[in-house]
Design a protein around this ligand. Structure first.
Ligand SMILES: *Cc1c(COP(=O)(O)O)cnc(C)c1O
Length: 401
């Protein structure tokens, strides 16, 4: 039976996912919990981005980079054979077709252009599996900036190919040996490093997390996904707006960018998390990386390690705006298991000829499950963001299949 109590009528669009949040707050989430020197650096980024975002010259330069370098606009693909099997009408927003193979390029090109405008000559970034690091190294090379990427020692061992890619693109990769030696510690280390380098460096964060202004700045830079999809749906669908809008959620940037295009419509928004990284579905209020949000924690309030077959969903929390959308009932957050995601990836490959990233396969796994149990009524229209391509996951899949 479908649990209708989970659905509430969408709240009016006023201000939701539009204007920058007042004082960097999304309800009780967000903020700027950082050392004094970083508070000042964040204030400078905030001021520079507000100015840039209001400047048609900056917008135009970014739109051109997204077109000629990243390959935008990305298509909206009707998944015809899979739709037929599922009894719903599924449309895929194809971020897998961008240069470097995922939505991350939208954010890094925007932040790299901002860094140039601010007179910075270097980008600092954290990376887990290496996807954001590769995207940052790519943007830095394109705009003639230096790049320093912090990466946990364990991830460096597991992702040697991406480490090589970053170095080939001219980036410096700094191993992080503290804590669990993975993404959480790489982020802490990158922020610590920025404290001593704010004068000449911009910290390019990879998702809608971190201190204000990053959560809304990254959402705005990813909004291009939702804006394009909205216009494509208007042309493609009889109703103009899909019944459901679905995206996977790690920190939440591809979902936030997608949702932003539909926040003011009646579309129902669904964020899909990994069972082992369900910050929005199962996290508790806490503070990490300069931001108050929902995080996975143990009994003592220590942030715990996330686990997912999809490296991009391995963040132990979720961006503050998603926590707020959840509280408002405007978006709903669900989880799927590693196994469901892997099966969904194979199904998309065989019905549509598309091998998705395992992150994106989580969103699809929920669509498949929901179409089966009536959560998605027969005949409903579904827009799903396919955040990335599966090339990076073939060795993982090869071991599991
Ligand atoms: C990094 C990544 C994600 C997760 O990041 P969000 O900020 O939640 O979007 C999802 N899909 C792909 C392909 C990724 O590389």
């Amino acid at each position: 039976m479908r649990d209708v109590s989970l659905w509430r009528e969408p709240v009016p669009p006023d201000g939701l996912m539009g204007e920058p949040p007042a004082r960097g707050r999304f309800g009780e989430y967000g903020g700027r919990y950082a050392p004094e020197s970083l508070v000042e650096a964040c204030r400078e980024v905030d001021e520079a981005f507000r100015e840039a975002w209001a400047d048609p010259g900056f917008r135009g330069a970014l739109a051109r980079l997204l077109a000629v370098h990243a390959g935008r606009p990305t298509p909206l693909t009707p998944a015809l054979r899979l739709s037929e099997e599922l009894g719903v009408r599924l449309y895929l927003k194809r971020e897998d077709l961008t240069h470097t193979g995922s939505h991350k390029i939208n954010n890094v090109l925007g932040q790299a252009l901002l860094a140039t405008r601010m007179g910075r000559r270097r980008l600092i970034a954290e990376t887990g599996a290496g996807q954001h690091g590769v995207a940052t190294a790519t943007a830095a090379a394109l705009l003639g900036l230096e790049a320093t990427v912090f990466m946990g020692e364990r991830d460096i061992e597991r992702q040697s190919l991406n480490v090589f890619r970053m170095r080939m693109l001219g980036a410096e990769v700094v191993p992080v040996t503290t804590g669990s030696r993975t993404l959480k510690d790489a982020t802490s280390e990158a922020m610590r490093h920025w404290v001593g380098a704010t004068g000449d460096s911009h910290y390019c964060i990879g998702s809608v997390v971190g201190p204000d202004p990053y959560p809304w700045m990254v959402r705005e830079l990813q909004r291009v996904i939702g804006d394009e999809a909205r216009a494509q749906c208007a042309a493609e669908l009889r109703t103009g707006v899909p019944d459901h809008v679905v995206a996977c959620v790690g920190g939440g940037s591809n979902a936030a960018g997608t949702f932003a295009g539909f926040a003011g419509t009646p579309a129902r928004l669904v964020g899909v998390e990994a069972e082992g990284g369900a910050g929005a579905a199962r996290g508790r209020l806490g503070v990490l990386h300069g931001c108050r949000s929902l995080f996975l924690q143990d009994g003592d309030g220590q942030i715990t390690q996330a686990h997912s077959v999809a490296a991009g969903l391995d963040y132990p929390g979720v961006g503050p705006e998603h926590a707020h959308l959840r509280d408002l009932g405007r978006a709903r957050y669900v989880t799927v298991t590693d196994d469901e995601a892997v099966r969904a990836a194979v199904r998309l490959a065989r019905t549509e000829g598309i091998v998705p990233a395992l992150e994106s396969a989580h969103a699809l796994a929920w669509v498949i499950r929901a179409a089966g149990d009536g959560d998605l009524p027969a005949g409903s229209t579904v827009l799903m963001t396919l955040s990335g391509r599966g090339d990076k996951d073939v060795s993982t899949l090869k071991e599991l299949l």
